[in-house]
Design a protein around this ligand. Structure first.
Ligand code: SAH
Length: 351
């Protein structure tokens, strides 16, 4: 029988499991929850205030879906740490710890691979292997907090995968990481990024979470967006922005629009003007991401001057614009590239 993934359970769910399945007392659930989500242990034997018998029963019926660190690279430039983790089934995933003045931010993956097919992205090259469980998403933060000794204050779900394509686990993860019985990271410090799955944006709006929703827009018209992102064939920019309006009206939370700048593709003054026009009526924040060139992809980064011009042009229209700082350039911290390199090397070895 498959073991139960109890680290993905909320406290009330865990109480049900302990009482109904194991026939033990309800208060044990709180102790176990604390070991998993505050003390961050990765096996049952470390749960020393439980009887040996209970620990053994847990080990035979449940799993914590532990993550093993396969590699950790530390940037000499800015201290960014890039992690490769091996999941219980051997899948390899990546996460990043970035240190900012305002705190430590962890970028986590939400799927093993991705099926969205964005043309500039390394994470989607080999397609989707599987969804991740909430416990595997939590486990990335727990493992990083333990390994680095740093308290994680911000979470961005911007690693490999499309989180809204793994909707239930992503929402469960956000509720649990912000749960006062766990690490209690404020929802205001959580950002979830999506390529724009419209029905799920409506659903997410109705969850009433205080998180930041980031939309990967990347283009100022539908034709250009279609050439960069297959999802644009399914939902038009107009449909996407309508969902964003609903999200804003329902939650009062300002959205972020991500715009990756590819040289000669979407970085002209006309693009900036058209983008500002699209966002009219929004309280908008655009985060410009200089494209990270990926070996297998044809896109190149815009030159510095075009990036700055784009920002200035956009600002004229009254919104808030930032350029994402490149972190950990020396350790391939960008967008799925370390995992990609690791997997390619593995394939070469296996051949
Ligand atoms: N699936 C989510 C999370 C993806 S990664 C989404 O689509 O939003 C986070 C951001 O990095 C997205 O905006 C994504 O489009 C962008 N991105 C991916 N690969 C990139 C690359 N090589 N250069 C610049 N931005 C990239």
């Amino acid at each position: 029988m498959e073991k139960t993934d109890i680290r993905s359970m909320t406290l009330p769910e865990l109480e049900g499991f302990i009482v109904e399945r194991l026939g033990d007392k309800k208060f044990r659930a709180k102790q176990i929850y604390d070991w998993m989500h505050v003390k961050l242990v990765q096996n049952f034997y470390e749960m020393t205030n439980l009887s040996k018998n209970l620990r053994e029963r847990l080990a035979s019926e449940a799993t914590l879906r532990p993550l093993q660190m396969a590699d950790c690279l530390v940037s000499k430039i800015d201290g960014t740490r890039k992690y490769l983790f091996r999941l219980e089934d051997g899948s390899i995933i990546e996460s990043v710890l970035m240190k900012y003045k305002h705190g430590n931010s962890v970028c986590i993956s939400s799927q093993v691979g991705c099926r969205m097919g964005c043309r500039f992205c390394a994470s989607t090259l080999a397609g989707l292997e599987r969804n991740m469980t909430a416990s595997e998403m939590l486990g990335q933060i727990y493992a990083i907090q333990k390994e680095s000794g740093e308290r994680v204050s911000n979470v961005v779900i911007m690693g490999t995968g499309e989180p809204l394509d793994n909707y239930d686990s992503a929402v469960r993860f956000m509720r649990m990481i912000s749960d006062e019985n766990g690490l209690n990271i404020s929802q205001r410090n959580i950002t979830i990024s999506t390529c724009g799955l419209v029905p799920q944006i409506y659903r997410l709006a109705d969850e009433h979470l205080q998180i930041t929703l980031a939309i990967s827009l990347h283009a100022s018209n539908n034709d250009k967006r279609k050439s960069m992102m297959p999802i644009a064939h399914k939902y038009s920019i107009e449909e996407l922005l309508k969902a964003c309006k609903y999200y804003y009206e329902t939650n009062g939370r300002r959205l972020t629009f991500e715009y990756s700048l590819a040289g000669g593709v979407n970085d002209s003054p006309e693009d900036a003007r058209a983008l500002a026009h699209l966002l009219k009526g929004f309280m908008w924040h655009v985060n410009l991401i200089p494209i990270n060139p990926v070996e297998e992809r044809e896109y190149v980064q815009s030159d510095r001057k075009s990036i700055v011009n784009f920002k200035n042009n956009l600002e004229k229209y009254g919104g808030n614009v930032t350029i994402r700082r490149e972190m950990g350039r020396d350790i391939q911290a960008a967008c799925g590239q370390l995992r990609r390199r690791y997997m390619t090397q593995l394939e070469k070895k296996e051949v």
